[in-house]
Design a protein around this ligand. Structure first.
Ligand code: XIL
Length: 320
């Protein structure tokens, strides 16, 4: 009843220039993914720009392969994601649609994508990163909220629930590990939605951490307050990046600190009853998104580029 997951590097995205899709082409990657994890999350392949590349065309090829792989290996799948401000196709962001049309586009998308995998998805990140650091809705960046107003969030959950009544439906974000204005905003919004009978089932923290900052020591307390609302909680995208020395190789001390962060995150989730899904955002430094998005930082996962187990790997293993 406790699921340890990894993001699946299915190609495209930050690896585009460098690699031909690790999930398909790297046998070692595939076998570790199959053996070490009981849950998988497509890192990109269920995002709009991949799964809905043209107005009237969906592309389920990679998402299907990942879901099939998970079933063959007796793994859960976390679906990611349906309503987000990022990685939307150009046709959508640049399109000249009326509010009525946009609403229909979102309804059709959620119904089609969630419906296709109905019964096969453990948890869906329905809404991703809708608040900024101050706890304000991203009314400018997020096309849905900007064009349709905040009420669209509830609709997204309702449509997803109709399409797959068995999937647990989540809000997911970063920098909400601790108790702060951003996680407070979720806490308030979710209570309102629950009062209105909207099918919201979970709150998840991504967990993109850095050894530059202290570990968010109130993670457990934060998860617990959502747990007490009757929600499932989860850690969905854990990685712990660090400033790399000139050699490019982390020092033993850095690796210990990283292991300690991984361990604390897992302990927090294990301590909270309804936190039964713990996912790391990739398991090898070889394909991690971190060096591409955070200049001079890296080595954020639990295995080296050569698949050697780092202290963080053993820390998780021992904690379980
Ligand atoms: C990242 C992927 O790892 C990259 O491959 C992609 O280029 C950009 O997105 N929050 C999320 C994830 O919810 O979808 C992001 O994934 C990382 C931050």
């Amino acid at each position: 009843g406790f699921y340890i997951g990894s993001a699946v590097a299915g190609g495209g995205h930050h690896l585009e220039q460098d690699y031909p899709d690790p999930f398909t082409h790297d046998g070692k990657y595939r076998s570790i993914l199959a053996q070490q994890f009981s849950s998988v999350s497509p890192e990109n392949q269920m995002k709009w720009e991949y799964i809905h590349p043209e107005p009237d065309r969906y592309d389920f090829a990679m998402a299907d392969k990942i879901v099939d792989f998970a079933e063959r290996n007796d793994q859960k799948v976390r679906g990611h994601t349906l309503l987000w401000h990022s990685q939307n196709p150009e046709w959508l962001e640049e399109g000249d649609y009326s509010p009525e049309e946009l609403r229909e586009i979102l309804r059709d998308h959620i119904t089609t994508v969630v419906g296709r995998y109905a019964g096969r998805i453990h948890q869906w990140d329905v809404a991703n990163e809708i608040f900024d650091e101050q706890g304000n809705l991203r009314t400018q960046e997020n096309i849905w909220i900007r064009e349709l107003g905040p009420g669209i969030i509830a609709d997204a959950f309702r449509w997803a629930h109709e399409a797959d009544p068995n999937a647990e439906l989540f809000f997911n974000d970063y920098n909400v590990e601790g108790i702060n204005p951003k996680s407070d905003a979720y806490y308030e919004l979710i209570q309102e939605l629950l009062d209105d009978g909207v099918p919201v089932h979970g709150f998840s923290v991504q967990g993109h951490l850095s050894t530059r900052y202290d570990f968010p020591g109130d993670l457990e307390q934060n998860l617990r307050r959502f747990d007490e609302l009757g929600l499932a909680t989860a850690i969905t995208e854990l990685d712990v990046r660090m400033d790399l020395p000139a050699s490019g190789k982390p020092t033993p001390k850095q690796l210990e600190q990283q292991a300690d962060y991984y361990q604390q995150a897992l302990e927090a989730c294990l301590a909270v009853e309804g936190c039964d899904s713990f996912t790391i955002w990739g398991f090898t430094d070889k394909y991690s998104w971190v060096p591409v998005f955070f200049p001079d930082e890296g080595a954020a996962t639990i295995m080296t580029e050569k698949y050697e187990r780092k202290p963080a790997f053993f820390a998780l293993q021992q904690t379980l």
